[in-house]
Design a protein around this ligand. Structure first.
Ligand code: NAD
Length: 485
């Protein structure tokens, strides 16, 4: 007789309590590596959102009045708990969305850093006094939390995207309702359990998992929610912006990207190749700042391709939970189909397959969405891969003759999130970085997600910045006070 495996069930977290959803329904969370059902998560609806909004409004009355130091102390405890629970968080991330466990541990460390950084920043919210035109006037500019905030996050960095939003909001004195991606509710639940243990008071953070459109509508149509902070696709971002406009809600949007990665002929090619490995194939290519167009100067094309091919062929594909794996599965069948269609389209339009280009079978993971790490050369602007996000382990190689040409090509996109260049020429690095129309530029560097720096894009990649010296600003209002004495 076979014994059915018990699957953990995750509830909603509203007003400091774990509740069943109003629908009484739960949905399956499936492993992209094995196809097994990992958890069941609550299918929340409009009624649950209403309760969460009421809880967050009531909690705002006291949380916003605490001192920055008091809020910081609780967030610091959360930071410590995250580090103490790294392994459980990392395993949940890797199981739900497939990334290699080492990368998942790195995500936990990076996510915790955001909590620590914002806890510290929360103690340093400054106002200003301004000299009046009359001697009996005193003018002041103060900062206040914007109010209850709605946060909607994607699956590709299921923990980091939560802490990048919740920690600055909480440090600034806002309360939050989170709707995480339906692929990764487990990571959100584990984070909320730690937040509860850290002593975040009831109602200050609330978690509603479930159907995106209904939950999103309920959050955006309620006047009491004063701000929406979103990370996800440009398509959904535009939809949310339209809805936020009806009530002139504050918005922060971290949207899609299509990063150019420029390799000049004077670059350190080994460094450039190892950086492609750390960025293009990191998280199976499923990052918003992943290089999507590799522009290699004509004179070094063949050498660069040889080196990159050798590195790519050294990657081990498999279930991310195995320590030796360097490339996990794509998150879903839809994601895999998109990768396949981009490669097929490029080949049909003349691209050359240097390596990879196939679905991949991993032993004991027959249901997984694996794809071999791929390089395409002779790519041109007519191919879909040159203007749509692939979100998979495919490096498309373009060539260029000179600096002006490559800057024009790099900027020829509606996106403006991240761009990279590899060169040893200092003057060129200054010229090109100033000409690139992107929110972030890496010069001989691809690590742009650092808490000390402002992360965010321009054009259709969004608005607002996360982290950096002004990371709390998006959650603060400026108030002007004029006093006659
Ligand atoms: P997505 O836009 O499909 O989903 C993101 C979130 O929005 C999820 O929680 C989803 O449930 C929710 N959502 C979907 N439809 C909704 C609706 N109608 N109303 C309310 N919420 C809705 O994106 P994804 O596939 O989860 O994530 C990948 C995308 O995120 C890529 O485009 C990537 O570039 C982008 N991204 C951007 C950044 C950044 O910082 N700029 C970081 C990570 C990911």
């Amino acid at each position: 007789m076979s014994i059915a495996k018990t699957v953990e069930t995750f509830k909603l977290y509203i007003d400091g309590e774990w509740n069943d959803p109003a629908t009484g329904e739960y949905f399956d969370v499936v492993s992209p590596a094995t196809g097994e059902v990992l958890f069941k998560a609550a299918n929340g609806n409009r009624q649950d959102v209403k309760k969460a909004i009421e809880a967050s409004c009531s909690a705002f009355q006291h949380w916003s009045k605490k001192s920055g130091k008091e809020r910081s102390t609780i967030l610091f405890r959360l930071y410590q708990l995250m580090l103490e629970n790294t392994e459980e968080l990392a395993k949940t991330i890797s199981s739900e969305m497939g990334k290699p466990i080492k990368q998942a541990r790195g995500e936990v460390a990076n996510s915790a850093e955001y909590v620590l950084w914002n806890a510290e920043e929360g103690k340093r919210v400054y106002g200003q006094t301004i000299q009046g035109f009359e001697a009996n006037k005193r003018l002041q500019m103060t900062k206040q939390p914007v109010g209850p905030v709605a946060a909607i996050t994607p699956w590709n960095f299921p923990l980091a995207m939560i802490t990048r939003k919740l920690s600055p909001a909480l440090a600034a004195g806002c309360t939050v309702i989170l709707k995480p991606a339906e692929q990764t509710p487990g990571t959100a639940v584990k984070f909320f359990e730690l937040a509860e243990e850290a002593g975040i008071p009831k109602g200050v953070i609330n978690l509603v998992t479930g159907q995106p459109a209904e939950i999103g509508d309920a959050l955006l149509s309620d006047k009491r929610i004063r701000k929406i902070t979103f990370t996800g696709s440009t398509k959904v971002g535009k939809l949310l912006l339209e809805k936020a406009a009806h009530q002139v809600k504050r918005v922060s949007m971290e949207l899609g990207g299509h990063a150019p990665f420029i390799v000049f002929e004077d670059a350190d090619l080994d460094k450039a190749v190892s950086s492609v490995m750390k960025s293009k194939y990191f998280n199976c290519g499923q990052t918003c700042i992943s290089p999507n167009r590799l522009y290699v100067q004509e004179s070094i094309k063949e050498t660069f391709l040889d080196k990159l091919k050798a590195a790519v062929e050294g990657l081990t594909v498999g279930n991310g939970l195995n320590e030796e794996v360097g490339l996990g599965p794509v998150v879903s069948k839809a994601g895999l189909d998109k990768v396949k269609s981009h490669v097929k389209d490029a080949q049909e339009k003349g691209a050359r397959l240097v390596c990879g280009g196939e679905e991949y079978q991993v032993r004991d993971c027959e249901e997984g969405f694996f794809y071999t790490p791929t390089i395409l050369s002779d790519v041109n602007e007519k191919m879909r891969i040159s203007y749509e996000e692939t979100f998979g382990p495919v490096a498309p190689i373009f060539t260029f003759k000179n600096e002006d040409e490559v800057v024009n090509k790099a900027n020829d996109t509606d996106y403006g999130l991240a761009a990279y260049m590899f060169t040893k020429d200092l003057a060129r690095s200054v010229r090109v970085s100033e000409s690139l129309e992107y929110g972030m530029v890496g010069i001989n560097d691809t690590v742009l997600s650092q808490v000390q720096g402002p992360f965010g894009g321009i054009k259709e990649s969004g608005m607002g910045r996360e982290g950096g010296p002004n990371g709390l600003d998006d959650f603060l209002e400026t108030k002007f006070i004029s006093t006659v004495i």
